[in-house]
Design a protein around this ligand. Structure first.
Ligand code: ADP
Length: 490
């Protein structure tokens, strides 16, 4: 008999205010906003709503910590040690943090336990190891000189993150910034501020000095925009929508801030007829439906070679019909609710567009229940390249299947998009796989796998999917400035 899953208890919410200069403080305005549990629409708690005044205080604290605090003068290895300590404290609280993530975001507890929080810990440890390995070089210039470079922290960094992987996005941003010796003002997404605030408390417990990490919860056009405008912020790292990134880019230009962007996608996932179909079907399903379809790199354009098209469609539809959608606190659940009402409505609109544009909805397409933002895993076939569901990011559990018969034409179609975040190919032909990897214009290519992330492997977009890379050494480089020192030996 199958084991009956035990629902997980709701965790305690302990941090709900701004974290500035090592203090937990309400917003200057006294305003608060609600954060909800998307499965029930219940209010979890109210959180301080920071805006320009709070950002100004946080940036002042981060500047002080950068220019005068112990962070700047600490031995690099000791900086790393504090980061390991933070990772250890997160690990000790992993179950509770996973539950907090599930409560605030709605993602299945099995995912927050097996993916989000372990990846947070791994990312912080990976970058902790970098702290004392950030080296310059000596350069043999002409003349009697010693010339060398120093890689210095870029300074105070503003970090603005989305709601789809709240804790993990915080770790991706804190890891390289802390290793490089930067100080941070983070604005978490208004939908999901709780795990970031908890992690800030653990950073404080770990002994990371006051002012090094500051967190200001609030909305994008107020708190977020103030962070981007602030003249004492040296860099903005942003993950979110392309339209927001363009607003940020224009504003950041005024003070010549460094920017890195990790944006959306419409990633092609290609199944050739010679693929291991069991793996390909499972992989294609995971590529789109993981995290309720709320992944920037979701494999949302599934190209299937005509010989195996009908079989693949039938097998994915079959999986959809059996997919456990429901209470995210039930460990057996694989798909929870969408994060909020706005996302829910946007996705349902795309389901309508799919139908209006003539695609066939072979599974799903409806809301589940009347409480919480649940949507059936949805599958469209007969999708053509010009349809809105093939061109625009849906960010929900809606998969578009496109048929193909010829490789060159396939590559052209895969590249026929303004995005370029990720792509995948399923085939047993190694030459075909590498040709695909070389020709598709995207920052990450997966071969016979999908969503394989590692803190050491750079991630980011071509074209309108981003600017710069996160993770790996490339992600670290984006938090440093190179300084050239030339010394006369004459
Ligand atoms: P999403 O669809 O993932 O919510 P957004 O780009 O709207 O994408 O949001 C991502 C993050 O950017 C959130 O933290 C949000 O508050 C913030 N944000 C939204 N608008 C702005 C803005 N004008 N300036 C700075 N940050 C913003």
């Amino acid at each position: 008999m199958a084991a009956v899953a035990t629902p997980v208890a709701r965790p305690q919410v302990r941090q709900t205010t701004c974290f500035i200069g090592g203090e937990w403080v309400p917003a200057v305005s006294g305003k608060m906003f609600e954060t909800i549990h998307p499965a029930t629409e219940e209010v979890i708690c109210e959180v301080a709503e920071g805006d320009k005044a709070d950002i100004a205080r946080a940036v002042a604290a981060a500047s002080e910590a950068f220019h005068n605090g112990p962070w700047a003068t600490m031995d690099a290895r000791d900086r790393g040690r504090l980061m390991y300590k933070l990772a250890d404290l997160i690990e000790a609280e992993a179950d509770e943090l996973a539950a907090l993530e599930t409560w605030d975001n709605g993602k299945p507890i099995s995912d927050s336990r097996a993916a989000d929080i372990p990846l947070v810990i791994d990312c912080l440890r990976y970058y902790a190891g970098w702290a004392d390995k950030i080296e310059g070089s000596t350069i043999p210039i002409r003349g009697d000189f010693l010339c060398y470079t120093r890689r210095e922290p870029v300074g105070v960094v503003g970090q603005i993150i989305p709601w789809n992987f709240p804790a993990l996005m915080a770790a991706w941003k804190w890891g390289p910034a802390l290793a490089a010796g930067c100080t941070i003002v983070m604005k978490p997404a208004e939908q999901t501020p709780l795990t970031c605030l908890r992690m800030a408390r653990l950073a404080q417990k770990a002994g990371i000095p006051d002012g090094v990490i500051n967190v200001v919860p609030g909305y994008g056009p107020t708190a977020g925009a103030a962070l981007v405008e602030h003249p004492d912020v040296n860099k903005i790292a942003f993950t979110g929508e392309g339209t927001t990134a363009k607003i940020i880019q224009r504003s950041a230009l005024e003070t010549m801030k460094r920017v890195t962007f990790e944006l959306g996608g419409k990633s092609p996932n290609v199944i050739f007829a010679d693929a291991d179909l069991d793996a390909a079907v499972e992989g294609a399903h995971f590529a789109l439906y993981f995290n309720q379809g709320q992944c920037c790199c979701a494999g949302s354009r599934l190209f299937v070679e005509d010989d195996v098209h009908d079989e693949v469609v039938e097998r994915i539809a079959q999986r959809n019909r059996q997919f456990p959608v429901g209470d995210p606190f039930d460990p057996a659940t694989k798909q929870g609710p969408q994060v909020d009402q706005a996302q829910f409505e946007k996705i349902m609109e795309y389901v309508d567009y799919g139908k209006q544009d003539g695609a066939q909805c072979v599974s799903g397409g409806n809301r589940i229940g009347d409480q919480g933002y649940f949507i059936e895993p949805t599958l469209f076939t007969g999708v053509t390249d010009e349809m809105r569901i093939a061109r625009e990011e849906i960010f929900g559990p809606v998969l578009s299947v496109l048929k193909f018969s010829e490789v060159d034409e396939l590559i052209e179609r895969a590249n026929n998009t303004n995005f370029g975040l990720a792509a995948a190919v399923w085939t047993r032909d190694i030459a075909k796989a590498h040709r695909f990897a070389a020709k598709v214009r995207a920052g990450t290519i997966w071969v016979n796998c999908y969503d394989v992330f590692d803190a050491a492997a750079p991630f980011g977009g071509f074209k309108e999917s981003g600017l710069g890379r996160e993770l790996g050494e490339a992600g670290l480089a984006a938090y440093t400035e190179s300084k050239t020192v030339t010394v006369s030996l004459g």
